[in-house]
Design a protein around this ligand. Structure first.
Ligand SMILES: [Zn+2]
Length: 541
């Protein structure tokens, strides 16, 4: 009898004390971040615990590590087909693209645990949640002294197994990880893509910062939805329900004078959240504030993911309708407008940032070597005196120059690398079945400037020149890319020679654009076309 009583007591105590499975930061009192195998083990336990959680593989990393994809739904959905049959849409969270930036990974696991334990049924009401909690698996376990964040002591590295920054790979597509993510974009078509990072920029006190699709060629209604509807509501949830501050992502324009404003400078399509924006999908760049302590960062990221998912579960139908409308409008109208090539940042909104007073300090001659040359004679030091600044947020790209969008682009045959890249993005390509004589616009290259240093293993090119009308025959087997398709914004970004992320710039046409013996500029083998499509015969590639 005594033994039974004792057993009941043990069961009762263990029941009340069992807080469920703990993440590595929780277990280590926020001293460590989880390793790749620890993330996988955690996910396998959650999968066993709940039928709502399906676990599959996004891809294998360069070094052969499994990059997991977690599919979460009330119905136990495991494929895009099942999702569509049930009339659901997906929201995607990607963490750890820069593997030193770890709190998105840990926070994702905590949200998944809540769902596995049946605590957050509301988050799955109308949607499927996709999580890639450890996108850069190769970088994650290369532990070293944490770069600059306020804990933990050891963290992984920014680059993947190929020494590539995955958040610069969205146009050129050289990594298995980003290629697999684009495949996911095509198959699951998430309405919203959330990319979780950590920033160590200007000093302020809010632990979470955010921004969204910013490329000037994005659909304006999508940008407006983010700044006028989603962010204000999510920020309010963060503040009222989770007692956590969140502000737009950026840095002071001038750290010596914070009142000059706050700015986001990343508008290029090579960044994931801008890239997905050019695909007419909604995006969030989350940058957790690296000077906050590790625990605060993880908990704040956890609240941010929850707040976003709470918003989307209520608004997913509206968001889905919005992005589908953006697709239709792009298909119908983009070819009659302009594609922006260069731009400057102008005011998007105003807000108050909780920060500090700063002091200018002259660099001592003996310390000069510690700082890069662009720092000049003074450094700006944060004091402990709190100060709030009302700032203008410069985060809207105002067009400076643009080019008219054609009806379509022709590419001469044998440019297989280019065609392969376009196909990976999901761009519709046709091949012409007979030689075609017509009038085209061809970009005449006057000057090629070479980047001064290697960037992601490339010498980036800056091309100068202008379009010229040409009459010529394009041989059978040439490729045609119509702009009457949902990805038209992306196509111009990739094929316009002067755009900031053109394949020409990334070196995909290097063999053609410099003449072998003279070294003079050669020919750009892409032809803009404004005539009728009925004039040539083509088949879908
Ligand atoms: Zn990052």
């Amino acid at each position: 009898m005594k033994i039974i009583k004792l057993l009941i007591l043990v069961i009762l105590i263990s029941g009340t004390l069992n807080p469920g499975i703990l993440t590595i930061p929780e277990k280590s009192d926020f001293k460590r971040t989880s390793l790749h195998n620890e993330v996988l083990n955690f996910l396998h336990i959650l999968k066993k615990q709940s039928g709502k959680i399906k676990l599959t593989t996004l891809c294998s990393s360069t070094e052969g590590k499994e990059v997991p994809l977690v599919i979460v739904s009330n119905e136990g959905i495991s494929s895009p087909r099942q999702m569509r049959a049930l009339n659901r849409s997906a929201i995607l969270f990607v963490a750890n693209i820069h593997a030193g930036e770890i709190e998105g990974k840990e926070a994702s696991l905590m949200v998944l645990r809540d769902i596995a334990e049946g605590k957050r049924e509301d988050l799955l009401k109308n949607q499927v949640l996709l999580f890639v909690p450890i996108f850069n698996a190769d970088g994650n376990d290369k532990l070293g002294k944490n770069r600059r964040d306020n804990g933990p002591e050891l963290a992984g590295v920014r680059y993947n197994g190929q020494h590539l920054d995955l958040n610069r790979d969205y146009i050129k597509l050289e990594s298995p990880e980003v290629n697999a993510l684009i495949k996911l974009f095509k198959e699951w078509d998430p309405v919203l893509f959330v990319d979780l990072h950590t920033t160590n920029g200007s000093y302020h006190r809010e632990p979470v910062t955010y921004t969204t699709l910013s490329n000037p060629n994005s659909h304006q209604e999508l940008i407006d939805f983010m700044w006028k509807k989603l962010f204000p509501e999510v920020r309010e949830t963060m503040k009222v329900k989770y007692k956590t501050d969140a502000i737009p992502y950026g840095n002071f324009v001038d750290r010596a004078d914070p009142e000059k404003g706050w700015r986001n400078h990343a508008y290029e399509a090579r960044f994931g959240t801008n890239y997905a924006g050019l695909r007419n999908r909604l995006t969030i760049l989350d940058e957790n504030y690296s000077h906050a302590d590790y625990k605060t960062r993880v908990i704040s990221a956890y609240y941010f993911i929850r707040s976003i998912a709470e918003f989307t579960s209520k608004n997913i139908k509206l968001m889905d309708a919005l992005v589908k409308r953006a697709d239709l409008e792009t298909m119908k109208n983009y070819s009659s407008g302009d594609h922006v090539l260069t731009y400057t940042a102008e005011k998007l909104l105003e807000f108050t940032i909780k920060s500090f007073e700063f002091e200018k300090e002259k660099i001592k001659p003996e310390d000069r070597d510690k700082y890069p040359p662009w720092i000049k004679d003074f450094i700006i030091k944060k004091t402990d005196r709190l100060k709030d600044y009302k700032v203008t947020y410069f985060a809207k790209a105002k067009p400076d120059s643009s080019v008219e969008v054609p009806n379509g682009y022709f590419i001469l045959p044998h440019h297989n690398k280019v065609i392969e890249n376009l196909k990976k993005h999901g761009i519709i390509i046709e091949k012409i079945r007979e030689d075609f004589s017509g009038e085209f616009e061809n970009f005449i290259i006057n000057k090629i400037e070479y980047g001064k240093s290697l960037y992601q293993g490339h010498i980036l090119l800056t091309i100068k020149g202008k379009y010229k009308k040409v009459k010529r025959e394009l041989p059978k087997g040439s490729f045609y890319i119509t702009m009457k398709q949902p990805l038209a914004r992306l196509i111009s970004e990739i094929l316009e020679p002067e755009s900031k992320d053109s394949l020409l710039k990334w070196g995909f046409f290097n063999r053609e654009i410099v003449m072998q013996w003279t070294g003079r500029p050669g020919k750009y083998p892409v032809f803009r076309y404004n005539g009728k499509k009925e004039r040539f015969l083509s088949v879908r590639e």
